[in-house]
Design a protein around this ligand. Structure first.
Ligand SMILES: [Zn+2]
Length: 62
């Protein structure tokens, strides 16, 4: 997943949180895990929610 179009990218552990606009021009906040073999990625309505998800994310046991 590309994070190029995101701004305000923050790194929280292995997870990156970025803010972008969707096709309807609404702000969205995405958390993406960059750890190998972890494909966690989710969108949130608020930055706080995305950062909370990043802080509490645990990669699946492998
Ligand atoms: Zn992960």
């Amino acid at each position: 997943m590309s994070l190029r179009r995101f701004r305000n990218i923050a790194r929280i552990g292995p997870v990156r949180v970025g803010t972008a606009y969707d096709q309807r021009g609404r702000e969205k906040h995405t958390a993406v895990c960059t750890a190998p073999r972890c494909d966690f990625s989710a969108d949130y309505d608020t930055r706080a929610a995305a950062e909370l998800a990043a802080r509490t994310h645990r990669c699946p046991v492998r």
